[in-house]
Design a protein around this ligand. Sequence first.
Ligand SMILES: *Cc1c(COP(=O)(O)O)cnc(C)c1O
Length: 420
Amino acid sequence: MSFVTHLQCPKCGVKYELAANPIFCETDGCEARIDVHYDYTRLKEVISKKVLKKRPLSVWSYFELLPINDRSNIITLGEGGTPLLRSQRLAEHLGLRELYIKDETRNPTWSFKDRPITVGVSKAKEHRATTLASASSGNAAAALAAYCARAGFSCYCFVPDSAPMGKIAQLLLYGAKVVRLRGLHKGDDPTVKLLREACKSYGWTPCPSFGPFNPYQAEGPKTLAYEIIEQLNWNVPDVAYVQVGAGGLLGGQWRGFTDFNTLGLVEKCPRMLAVQAAGCAPLVQAFHTDQDPFKIIPCDSPHSVAEGLCDPLPWDGDLALGAVRESKGSAIAVDDDAILHAQKLLAKYEGIFAEPTGVTGLAGLIDQLESGAQDPSEVILIEATGGGLKDQDVVIQRVTMPPVIDPDLQQLQNALKLQN
Ligand SMILES: *Cc1c(COP(=O)(O)O)cnc(C)c1O
């Protein structure tokens, strides 16, 4: 039994029953995400601090707040329940009073994308779909391939030609069919184009991490906010710095924070700071030029070391932009040097090796501290959303290989001098 009342398109207003299993908004030419709505009055009767405290921290501990009817359909690899670390050394280095790091690199496929995908694949099982497809630069596809392997489903991944070999190898090993596409340009993402056409022609279920292509997976990132609130002992940070590609990570978490606020479990919500890579910042542009959330102007030629943030069109930009505006947050762009610097700091001061995509929020925080826009005495949250081993090339290019020496103290000293 689910607590979903209905699904509704925020753009054209059309409503759907959960049992109808809509994937797209079917109004002609609408193409918006359809949002899942819940019965908060009934939820209040079953969800309380006491009830939640008894459950382990994990995505599926929030079953009532997810759009699945029957628990037996859950496809899980043990996602979520990741640590919220209070930063010591990095906080001190940056002059911060209270900094928290949600370490999402520890998910089953080493990125937060396991949260949306476990929900999307479970929902597919509930509706007896067995062939799923994704358009992704890597992490969402890796998650989909892994969860499809777990479920015994077929998986097709459309990836851009720029996707690193490490990520593609992972997909192939999970048994997915990988299709590499050339030409990410002019706001027209070829991976998304072919995903749409193939799903329509072959009856596959699309399950990328974009709301307009699958409204169920879009509910997964809410659980990040739920966990953070529990880990802060039923408090929220003052501000959350979140990296934005398509916008589902930020937008989904905002829903999570507002859910717990609506349920009376916390008294406020954090300000949401959207951070994008300067080479692909359509949401930042939209925020500062007051664009219509449903008509965000796409980025012409996305490029960044934060490869996972290079979505020319933020598919969930309406949700993310709404979150930034409603929470009185802001949106900022950071360049590749700032992202690589953040990657190094997080590894060096906290022992967390994250990929550039996964540290862009931290780069945004540093930017705001330097410009004086961020008060260092606030409770600040950053999220390491993807593991560093996923994109080793970027690190390898920036370090020097230590010399090989003989077991001799003089040679040791010389070798160590080179690493200062
Ligand atoms: C996908 C991704 C993001 C961005 O999430 P969106 O929902 O596309 O905004 C951030 N970090 C990592 C590691 C990702 O894989």
